[in-house]
Write a protein that binds this ligand. Structure first.
Ligand SMILES: *Cc1c(COP(=O)(O)O)cnc(C)c1O
Length: 358
């Protein structure tokens, strides 16, 4: 016997998440980060907040000071919020609570595809089953197929990234509302990119229902802090809170995020800037000609290249511009995902892309 005989078999089949090793000077448009660094005023606020962090003490166990700040931004109550070390950890908390299932049958997670890879990877790591329902030809929800799968498979969790990664479009809110009605599991709207769409499903969160909204601070400029949250009905949040590891969010992240949220005007201005950068990128991509440019409500744009996308990706990289190559047989064949950069970065991207598709 060895540890190999004990390891969950699915783990052997998992792929390591290994982002690109960045070199200085590279134009990084691969990870949907905010391309604009924080302003000087924000950096000064953070420096001041850092000095007050009591590093010899544990942080408040549930991140309450930050939950309060987020609750007022989102118009909900602090006890409707659970924090995660990134929304990735929220997925982990949900899967930990529901994954083992009941009566010896592992729970199922349902999601439309293509979508955020962690939905599936985190499920496989826990021995959960995945129910994947393909999006339609315009990457929108196939409502009849979803309704049928949610009824037939009775998943514990149904996850919808809206706007969706990597397709960029948001889903029809009315369809999400109808799918939630009568659903016997937890429906999670993953709003990692919702700030860039100007829409939110938060009003659907109410007591006595199971609709949840997952939030992330990563894409709006705080990726390094690793902060995510789930907003849901109090009774569900209270159960999930028992599964969450104590002190999962560290005092430095709590203090810095609070300092940054105290001046929401700069945060909102940055979000507006990113939206403008996305429009700039989309217009420039349209101008290349020959590409399919998918409409985006997020901070990135999905394009389909007329030639082998792998080659395009590599030729762009040789010119110092890194994007995400998603190409594999299926709906994302020859697709690249490009994060909105600064105007200068978008220009560099365009120049590299033009040369690469010729
Ligand atoms: C980036 C991303 C996340 C993860 O965000 P973190 O808060 O950084 O863990 C969640 N969902 C989607 C759809 C994403 O693209």
């Amino acid at each position: 016997m060895s540890w190999r005989d004990h390891l969950r078999e699915a783990v052997f089949g998992l792929e390591l998440y290994r982002p690109f090793e960045y070199t200085p000077g590279l134009v990084r448009l691969d990870a949907n980060e905010c391309s604009f660094p924080l302003e000087r005023e924000d950096r000064e606020l953070m420096a001041a907040a850092l000095g007050d962090v009591l590093v010899h003490r544990y942080p408040e166990v549930s991140g309450r000071p930050l939950r309060e700040a987020l609750a007022s931004r989102w118009g909900v109550s602090p006890d409707q919020i659970i924090l995660g070390n990134g929304s990735d950890e929220i997925i982990s908390i949900l899967y930990t609570a529901f994954g083992a299932g009941r009566d010896g049958r592992p729970a199922k997670a349902l999601f439309p595809t293509p979508t955020f890879g962690t939905f599936e990877a985190a499920a496989l790591a826990r021995g959960m089953a995945c129910v994947k329902v393909p999006l339609d030809g315009r990457f929108q929800l196939d409502e009849p197929a979803l309704a049928e799968a949610m009824r037939r498979e009775a998943p514990a969790l149904a996850l919808f990234a809206t706007p969706n990664n990597p397709t960029g479009n948001r889903f029809d809110s009315a369809v999400l509302g109808r799918l939630a009605e009568g659903f016997g599991g937890v429906l999670v709207a993953d709003e990692a990119y919702a700030d860039f769409s100007g829409r939110t499903e938060l009003p659907r969160v109410r007591e006595g229902a199971s609709f949840c909204v997952m939030k992330s601070l990563s894409k709006i400029g705080f990726a390094a802090l690793r902060l995510g949250a789930l907003v849901g009905p109090r009774d569900l949040i209270a159960q999930l809170d028992k599964v969450r590891l104590p002190y999962n969010v560290n005092a430095v992240s709590i203090a810095l995020a609070r300092a940054l949220l105290a001046s929401p005007a700069r945060l909102d201005a940055r979000i507006a800037r990113v939206r403008a950068a996305r429009e700039d990128l989309a217009a420039k991509l349209e101008a290349v000609g020959g590409l399919v440019v998918y409409p985006s409500d997020a901070n990135f744009v999905l394009v389909r290249t007329p030639v082998d996308a792998r080659g395009v990706y590599e030729r762009m990289l040789a010119k110092g511009v890194l994007v995400r190559n998603l190409s594999r047989p299926g709906p994302l064949e020859n697709c690249l995902r490009i994060t909105a950069g600064t105007e200068e970065e978008n220009d560099q991207c365009l120049e590299a892309l033009r040369a690469a598709v010729q």
